[in-house]
Design a protein around this ligand. Structure first.
Ligand SMILES: Nc1nc2c(c(=O)[nH]1)N[C@H]1C(S)=C(S)[C@@H](COP(=O)(O)O)O[C@H]1N2
Ligand SMILES: [Mo]
Length: 314
């Protein structure tokens, strides 16, 4: 039965937005140039050629808070390949979204290399409204369309000896100005255990707000670990490698004392330089309490009960 679900992101933004945030955002918008007027949502070139990402919403992932406005979520981004500011939406439009190949390799029974559209024919899409918590203490709640990472595990069948999964982001020197900053350990790589990749919450997203994921949010395909700090959720994934060696990821290479392998959200474990007790919601600026595992403990906590002697929350 078709039910009309009122879409939070279609509602006008709350008038309660604190003034300094509104002004700060306007300044950021001006920095992006005239093509990006306030309220404009930009889409990747050729997005209309991509297959539909319309999918049924999975009710298991009720976020328990209002959706972030689409223009906030798509104009305040962290994407170092395009620069270190949050205003990378405009420059990220240069990253071609097709053709796009995803490779599954390493310790697998069946290596896979597929065009993204061919891959999408082999999976079924669903929409999940998920909370996102950046380690810098901002947060958003957005509807992603995609498929569980477990579908790719089934396709490639990792060997029993494989223990970890590495997600590698495209490193396109022609379109990503950040790659010229050679002190960063490009390409951006993030990793997890096989169990984490197989957890039903680990999600491969190809849609955001019912449209292809815009390049600045990690299009055409990104991984999501909603229970971990945002940096674990790599964008523009081109290669997924199975290995028995624990990977050292981009942020861990940069500053291991602040950004670890596990990075599970925990309000009680402060970042070395700030508290993680609360988070600022994009758009409203409201400060709300941060939850253990970003509120997803029921899905993931059991994966960690036997792990001792490691900081699971950094
Ligand atoms: N390839 C790549 N992936 C990345 C990043 C990045 O710089 N490069 N930043 C991460 C961080 S720190 C966060 S908080 C999220 C931000 O996602 P969003 O811009 O869609 O909100 O992307 C993550 N994925
Ligand atoms: Mo982040």
């Amino acid at each position: 039965m078709p039910i009309h679900i009122r879409r939070g992101w279609e509602l006008p933004e709350s008038a309660a937005t604190p003034e300094h945030l509104v002004l700060g955002r306007r300044k950021a918008m001006l920095g992006l140039g005239s093509i990006l007027a306030a309220g404009t949502v930009i889409h990747p070139a050729g997005a209309q050629d991509a297959p539909s990402v319309a999918a049924m919403r999975n009710p298991r992932f009720e976020p328990g808070r209002a959706l972030t406005a689409e223009r906030e979520a798509t104009n305040y981004n962290n994407y170092y390949e395009f620069g270190t500011s949050k205003g990378v939406a405009s420059v990220a439009q240069r990253l071609p979204q097709r053709p796009w190949t995803v490779k599954l390799d390493g310790m697998v029974e069946t290596p896979v290399e597929l065009g993204l559209d061919d891959l999408l024919k082999k999976v079924s899409l669903e929409e999940r409204v998920l909370r996102h918590r950046c380690v810098e203490a901002w947060a958003m709640t957005v509807p992603w369309t995609g498929f569980p990472m477990s579908a790719l595990l089934k396709m490639a069948t990792p060997l029993a000896s494989a223990k970890y999964v590495v997600f590698e982001t495209a490193a396109d020197r022609a379109t990503m100005p950040g790659l010229r900053q050679s002190w960063f350990p490009w390409p951006y790589k993030e990793g997890c255990t096989i169990a984490e990749a197989g957890n039903e919450l680990c999600f491969m997203a190809v849609g955001l707000y019912g449209k292809p994921v815009p390049p600045q949010n990690g299009g055409p395909v990104r991984v999501l670990f909603p229970w971990k700090y945002g940096f674990k959720s790599g964008k523009a994934i081109t290669r997924i490698t199975f290995t028995d060696q624990r990977p050292v990821s981009f942020w861990e290479k940069l500053q291991a004392s602040e950004y670890g392998f596990w990075a599970n959200v925990n309000p009680q474990v402060p970042h070395p330089r700030w508290s993680q007790a609360r988070e600022r919601l994009l758009g409203s600026g409201e400060m709300v309490p941060t939850q253990l595992f970003n509120g997803y403990a029921d899905f993931v906590a059991s994966m960690y009960t036997d792990i001792k002697g490691e900081n699971l929350y950094l």
